[in-house]
Design a protein around this ligand. Structure first.
Ligand SMILES: Cc1cc2nc3c(=O)[nH]c(=O)nc-3n(C[C@H](O)[C@H](O)[C@H](O)COP(=O)(O)OP(=O)(O)OC[C@H]3O[C@@H](n4cnc5c(N)ncnc54)[C@H](O)[C@@H]3O)c2cc1C
Length: 398
């Protein structure tokens, strides 16, 4: 039996987070330090200082490493509240990719690695990035990984080419996925390395100009030229990188859903207020069925997304890997959030495409979520494969 009620402590935390976002974060929207490749570190630090004072920093990290130690269901509540402003996750230090990287370090890292990287990340002192995607190699298909790490004595030497590395500019830690076997087979053969991001063997080719602009440090194309890494920088076991990628990606997909649900709700509130106020043909436009139905569809998309997030969070808290459910939630929420924001833009008429409201920006920010952390098509394909395989196993001979 799934319990959807919030206990009084969580109700209070929800209200406290909502108040914090409204009173202390939203006033910063439009600050010139929000730039084309994300908010500057100066702005982030200013916002994080406020969250620290409010006792809201790093909700997802264990208390022993300096966070609030929330479980996934509590995170769902707090992250949605944070997502109501694009600056909210930055303020609470629970934005991608740091949030997923902190989770990965907490689950897989050694105590020494946690001391070196997790503690300063949780304190908001440093940033990190995660290097997986390649222009010619790994993308939707991780088995195409071309970046290699070869042993030279007891050191690893990494060579490869990556892009879309979110947060690369300004990150202190780079978590690099490289092939340590001839080929990837049965999910084995890739290894994760914890790399100092200022190593001169890492070339920053360019910052990529993208549709959205909310991730600190933007997205970069980079190259590793004989990057030497000592054995203590291996994260987990050699060859098990893809197992750990699931540790990172499963929950990280869901936390993206939580944050973007908050953003969708923001757009919906703006559109609802406009539909109540703006008149056409003698009455508020919301009272015309065409607009009213769009608002109703928004409410249903928001409701379905929250249910999907809550059920998956509940499974994860119970120790279930919830692979199928996180895939389904990712597709449900990414597509629903975009539909909601797109309808809101339509409801606002001409003003919708201007920067007079946040909706135009949210439309640009939400769209890429249908691509990263697995495109919708790939998730559907994986879900279908699991369904077919389960049906084959259950099928009895005629
Ligand atoms: C904003 C943003 C941030 C990102 N941040 C990072 C990051 O920090 N680190 C990192 O490593 N990567 C990052 N990525 C990369 C992201 O993970 C990849 O874009 C994603 O995995 C898809 O890979 P690809 O772009 O190479 O698409 P491709 O593999 O070229 O696929 C293109 C399209 O083909 C279709 N397709 C592929 N396979 C199938 C299939 N089996 N069935 C049906 N259709 C299919 C899909 O429609 C897909 O969109 C980011 C991407 C974006 C957009």
């Amino acid at each position: 039996m799934i319990d959807f009620s919030l206990d009084p402590d969580l109700e209070r935390l929800k209200a406290r987070t909502e108040d914090f976002i409204r009173d202390q974060v939203i006033p910063y929207e439009g600050d010139p330090r929000e730039q084309a490749h994300g908010p500057t570190d100066e702005l982030r630090h200013e916002l994080m200082a406020k969250a620290r004072d409010a006792g809201l920093l790093s909700p997802h990290v264990g208390t022993e490493y300096g966070g609030m130690g929330l479980d996934k269901r509590a995170m769902a509540v707090v992250f949605e509240a944070a997502g109501y402003s694009l600056l909210g996750p930055q303020a609470l230090n629970c934005a991608a990719p740091d949030e997923g990287n902190m989770h990965l370090l907490e689950v897989v890292g050694t105590e020494a690695q946690k001391d070196q990287w997790l503690r300063p990340l949780a304190a908001g002192e440093i940033r990190s990035c995660f290097s997986m995607t390649e222009p010619e190699g790994a993308g939707s298909d991780p088995n195409m990984l071309e970046t290699t790490a070869r042993l030279d004595g007891n050191r690893w030497v990494i060579d490869g080419h990556k892009w879309f590395i979110t947060g690369f500019d300004g990150a202190r830690l780079n978590i690099v996925m490289a092939r340590t076997a001839e080929r990837i087979e049965h999910g084995q053969g890739a290894t994760m390395f914890l790399v100092d991001n200022d190593d001169p063997a890492i070339e920053r080719i360019r910052v990529q100009d993208t549709l959205e602009s909310s991730f600190a440090g933007g997205h970069c194309e980079i190259r590793f030229h004989d990057l030497v890494v000592t054995p203590d920088r291996v994260l987990g076991e050699i060859g098990e990188g893809y197992k750990y990628a699931q540790v990172r990606l499963g929950p990280a997909r869901l936390t993206h859903c939580m944050r973007w649900l908050g953003a969708a709700r923001r757009a919906h509130d703006i559109a609802t207020a406009y539909a109540n106020k703006r008149k056409a043909f003698g009455k508020p436009i919301g009272e015309h069925e065409g607009v009213g139905f769009m608002l109703a569809d928004n409410a249903m998309d928001i409701y379905t997304s929250r249910l999907a997030i809550w059920h998956t969070a509940w499974l994860l808290d119970a120790g279930d890997e919830a692979r199928q459910e996180s895939s389904m939630s990712k597709v449900i929420c990414a597509e629903a959030a975009f539909r909601v924001v797109d309808r809101c833009l339509q409801i606002l008429g001409g003003m919708g495409i201007t920067s007079d409201t946040l909706v135009e920006r949210l439309w640009r920010e939400v769209r890429p979520f249908r691509i990263y952390d697995g495109p919708s098509e790939v998730h559907r394909w994986v879900i279908a494969r699991r369904l077919l395989s389960r049906a084959r196993k259950q099928a009895r001979p005629e």
